[in-house]
Design a protein around this ligand. Structure first.
Ligand SMILES: [Zn+2]
Length: 139
């Protein structure tokens, strides 16, 4: 493809400084033709929403779980990527702010699993994270 490299995430996954890009063929593990053959799930970032909403307000990722004051924050399309330990703010009464649990198995940042679509918020909330489609997938 002739188009320039997409704006992707520059990440210190496992401390190697690896750059991970969205779109097809990330990690060199296939991809290619458009279609459902994605690898992993949509990456989750600060502010991404969840399945819970109440009176027009939606649950969202409230903190990323990363050291945002450090200089090595992992960025995807301009937003900090969320990792295990990130907090979700739910508008449903009684749910409040709870930790989000990763469903990834291979993708780490700052030693913690990266959050994605399908990540589940702790009880009593239980919302499921639904990130925007940045065409960046991790597994
Ligand atoms: Zn909730």
């Amino acid at each position: 493809m002739a188009h320039p490299r997409p704006v992707g995430i520059e990440t210190g996954i496992e401390g190697t400084g690896t750059e991970v890009y969205g779109g097809s063929g990330s990690s060199g593990m296939g991809g290619g033709a458009a279609g459902p053959g994605k690898i992993g799930n949509r990456i989750a970032c600060l502010g991404d929403e969840s399945t819970h909403n109440y009176r027009g307000k939606k649950g969202y990722i409230f903190t990323t779980g990363t050291d945002i004051y450090g200089n090595d924050t992992c960025i995807a399309e301009g937003l900090p990527v969320a990792i295990e330990g990130a907090l979700h703010n739910c508008p449903v009464p009684g749910h409040g702010i709870q930790k989000i649990n990763a469903i990834t198995i291979k993708s780490y940042y700052q030693g913690k699993l990266i959050l994605t679509e399908g990540a589940v918020v702790d009880a009593p909330c239980g919302a499921v994270i639904k990130p925007q489609n940045r065409k960046i997938y991790v597994e």
